[in-house]
Design a protein around this ligand. Sequence first.
Ligand code: C2E
Ligand code: MG
Ligand code: MG
Ligand code: MG
Length: 288
Amino acid sequence: ATKCASSERWQLFDVANSVVSERRLKVTSALKTALDKGEFALYMQPQINLTTGKVHGCEGLLRWSHPDLGQVPPDEFIPIAESSGMIYSVTEWVIEQGLRYQKQIVEQFPSHVLSLNISGKDLSKRELTVQLITLINELNLNPRQIILEITESVTIGKEANLKEVVDDYRRIGIKVAIDDFGTGYSSLAYLSQLGFDELKIDKQFVMNIETSRSNQTICKATCDMAHSLGSKVVAEGIESLASYTRLQGYGCDFGQGYFISKPLAMSDYLVWLTKANRVTDVKQHLAR
Ligand code: C2E
Ligand code: MG
Ligand code: MG
Ligand code: MG
């Protein structure tokens, strides 16, 4: 009987496994044509300067809408693109689209800062640096208003030349942010010698900050530490007025989250920006 039960369990396991790999195959094959078919869109999530209450800029977030698969979340397709050798063309598209949007935005809002997520697989690609410099020059953008976000986990392990790569970007004037800070296992000593301009506190610590003393401690400590290392702090996942106010109290520099706005399509973002730039303090406006 035991044998039978366990073989049944294995069957279930296999069925579950094959459903997962079937989905993966579908996503992988659909990804191959997604760029050519124009299925990607870059959404923009506003970031507020928590000290001044003014718009700081935005983070570009990739959206993929497939006719059969529907909206496929980036947390699902980015890892697949990375493991199937397709991430570089995705990254190229994001950079091109992001910088062209930034060009459009700074015409109206000259101090706007754009953050883009870069896969750890691409960061040290020579072609990426070349593409960035070429586009920045062609569009006459200020590199200091471009931030590349790399996830904390990228900074651990293999990438021996990561410091050189980061140094190269910063020499050009492009800023570097450590994304999802607190979820990886990087040492602070390593991160500080790496050098970065921004630390982004992962949303898991921010979303439920009101009900978790330990998350409050983590956020406050991260703000203090980043500031003593001479860098700025961004909180992502601000979902309430209370957490906005609390992070302001910790001296957190910038914030983004559903309380401020969800990621928006470019045309909606431009409308949002126009409205937000009319008010003296975005928080006061949202709190009403
Ligand atoms: P991330 O870079 O840490 O981006 C923040 C994620 O938090 C986004 O999810 C955003 O929509 C979500 N978020 C923002 N505010 C809130 C909030 O108040 N509450 C909640 N619950 N969520 C919030 P999204 O857009 O699904 O992206 C997930 C991840 O996919 C990103 O995490 C990033 O690692 C990756 N990703 C997205 N776009 C790109 C891209 O263009 N290139 C690369 N390489 N990765 C990307
Ligand atoms: Mg990010
Ligand atoms: Mg993040
Ligand atoms: Mg994240």
